[in-house]
Design a protein around this ligand. Structure first.
Ligand SMILES: Cc1ncc(COP(=O)(O)O)c(C=O)c1O
Length: 391
């Protein structure tokens, strides 16, 4: 289960708990899924092709759909060909999957520190972490705010590395007028329920290099090759298929692609509502000395997945507990990845990325999802403001 799973305790004081994120599933979404269930294809069929086409149009780059955001990262790193001896420079301010998928391929993860405002990988810190062994620079669009994509692409290019953008948070966002999905060599998406659109579990990889994307496409399906022109033994028979490079089963079924197509058509509506709520929070907290609100850099059009409030007076934990006590299920995103015992055991130490560690100490994700109405937003605002009125 992802760290993002919404946990909904029993209703308190007559008011429904407000999770920090939640899916919006309409009757049209349900009808689209039911339609596929009644048809001939449950797994890889026409809905996969249609979802990939729709995602490609949204991301301005061809897409391969996979079974989760984690699968998308594993697929992207495998397509990049990383393995033992390679280094992957990435941010610790992310869900563990960004690093874990690279570690599981045998590569060494090198954590570089973040920009203190956005929480995204800092270009200078990434540059300082590059060595001759760097094979990938993997940056995360934290909370939905795009990374400094041009500078990171240039750094990767100069370093002989690939630039992978973990856009689990940011589908529908853009950077200087270009869509997230078209900015990096490979971009990965997650369609987990709290994300900006959902297929229950699901994900995608986009990229404009046909060779890289072809490797991703094969990796998702056991590495199977079926095209006669590419077979090593073409005369084996009409049934013949071959594996040239190993892969896994990361296929996203037609049933879930139908949900994805229907959700993607609603992404604009979701993004507008999320943007509106973020603006309402920003305006409501601007006069509070103890907190800061998420920044938006010039050229960025974020697709806000999280609302990362920063608490500067040392009371983040107390605020978390106070909100939870009122049924407002705030979350902390994220424990720096190098703090996880699995990375501690590999020799990574606290203090390695001080800006990310300070960010973590201050961060609290307030509820943000399209189905929140204005009363829900006001409930969060008044509870936060009441907390800071207390000594
Ligand atoms: C930044 C980031 N990367 C990767 C993932 C993994 O996505 P999934 O949960 O779909 O496997 C997540 C989701 O939790 C995430 O937030």
């Amino acid at each position: 289960m992802s760290s993002d799973s919404p946990d909904l305790p029993a209703t308190e004081g007559g008011r429904s708990p407000l999770p920090y994120g939640r899916q919006s599933v309409s009757e049209e979404d349900i009808a689209a899924v039911v339609d596929v269930l009644r048809g001939d294809w449950l797994t890889t069929g026409p809905a996969v092709t249609r979802f990939e086409a729709a995602l490609g149009a949204c991301a301005q780059a061809p897409a391969v759909v996979v079974s989760s955001g984690t699968a998308a990262l594993h697929t992207a790193y495998a397509a990049a060909g990383i393995g033992p001896g390679d280094e992957v420079v990435t941010s610790p301010m992310t869900f563990v999957a960004t690093a874990a998928a690279a570690t599981m391929l045998g590569a060494t993860v090198v954590f570089a520190d973040i920009e203190p405002d956005t929480g995204n990988l800092d270009v200078e810190a990434a540059a300082a972490a590059v060595t001759v062994s760097t094979a990938v620079i993997a940056a995360v669009d934290y909370a939905g705010h795009p990374v400094e994509a041009d500078a990171l692409a240039a750094l990767a290019g100069d370093s002989g590395a690939l630039f992978i953008e973990d856009a689990a948070h940011s589908i529908g966002g853009s950077w200087h007028g270009r869509q997230v999905g078209s900015l990096a060599d490979l971009t990965t998406f997650s369609f987990y329920p709290t994300k900006n659109l959902t297929t229950a579990e699901g994900g995608a990889v986009t990229g404009s290099d046909p060779e890289l994307l072809g490797r991703a496409r094969r990796f998702r399906n056991h590495g199977l090759v079926r095209e006669r022109d590419h077979l090593r033994h073409p005369d084996e028979g009409g049934w013949h298929q071959e594996v040239h490079e190993l892969g896994l089963n990361y296929r996203l079924p037609d049933v879930l692609c139908a949900l994805g197509i229907s959700q993607l058509a609603r992404l604009g509506e979701f993004k507008r509502r999320r943007t509106h709520i973020v603006a309402a929070y920003n305006a409501a907290f601007t006069d509070l000395d103890s907190v800061s609100t998420p920044p938006c850099r010039q050229g960025a059009d974020p697709a806000w997945h999280l609302y990362p409030l920063r608490v500067h007076d040392g009371r983040r934990r107390a605020l978390y507990d106070a909100l939870r006590g009122q049924g407002i299920l705030a979350q902390v995103n994220y424990v720096p990845v190098h703090w996880h015992p699995v990375y501690e055991d590999l020799g990574y130490r606290r203090g390695m990325c001080p800006r990310a560690e300070e960010f973590y100490a201050q961060q609290l994700s307030l509820p943000l999802f399209p189905a929140m109405d204005d009363n829900d937003v006001e409930r969060v605002v008044s509870t936060v403001r009441a907390f800071f009125r207390r000594p």
